[in-house]
Design a protein around this ligand. Structure first.
Ligand SMILES: [Zn+2]
Length: 203
């Protein structure tokens, strides 16, 4: 089992599930890809790998329904199961155990390790002990260009699950994550005090 996790939501329709070096896997094996049906930005029936291979994709609310929906005979023929957006699946741990340990599938999991406040997101970190290999992807800080391990949310929503790409999230280094959080907090306080003052001034 391979786990690839990243602090950044995808900014495009490219899948993290099958990194470039895995394209040989796609050509030689019987592959199925599952992603969450929560993200409807790119259509639900396919994902695109880094090297442009389009794969059919099952958009599901949970993983436990996959076997039945895919068909038991077809499931038996599968070599590789890719799981994208793994942070949205509550039954990730149990599914990975069963698929990798009991059913002998090669399972490749991609997802976010943390949310925009750097709290553990879903069950992605829980499956590290199940994995043969674990990789944390990083990108470049949008402010200074250094290695970016964190994500700053540019919008005001407070809930953990806000689905979006570069319009909502930006990759940042540690320094700019911390200064960005301070700036966002300060901006909110200023806005709130203006609203309060505005409402007091009304007759
Ligand atoms: Zn930076």
């Amino acid at each position: 089992m391979i786990l690839v996790y990243s602090p950044h939501p995808r900014g495009d329709s490219t899948s993290h599930v099958l990194p470039p070096y895995m394209s040989c896997v796609i050509r030689r094996n019987n592959v199925a890809v599952i992603k969450s049906n929560k993200d409807t930005r790119y259509g639900l029936d396919s994902i695109v790998t880094h090297d442009g291979v389009k794969l059919p994709c099952w958009a599901l609310p949970n993983l436990s329904s996959f076997k039945q929906k895919f068909g038991l005979d077809a499931y038996d023929q599968l070599d590789v199961i890719g799981i994208d957006e793994a942070q949205f699946f509550e039954d990730l741990y149990d599914f990975c155990c069963e698929a990798a340990d009991h059913d002998g599938k090669k399972v490749i999991v991609a997802g976010l390790d943390g949310d925009y406040l750097r709290r553990s997101f879903g069950s992605v970190l829980d499956i590290i002990p199940l994995a043969d290999s674990v990789t944390k992807l990083t990108s470049r800080c949008e402010v200074c260009g250094k290695r970016a391990c964190f994500t700053l949310r540019k919008t005001e929503e407070m809930q953990t699950e806000v689905i979006g790409g570069a319009d909502v999230y930006m990759p940042v280094c540690r320094q700019h994550y911390v200064s960005g959080q301070v700036a966002i907090k300060t901006a909110r306080l200023v806005l709130e005090s203006q609203v309060q003052r505005g409402s007091c001034a009304e007759p």
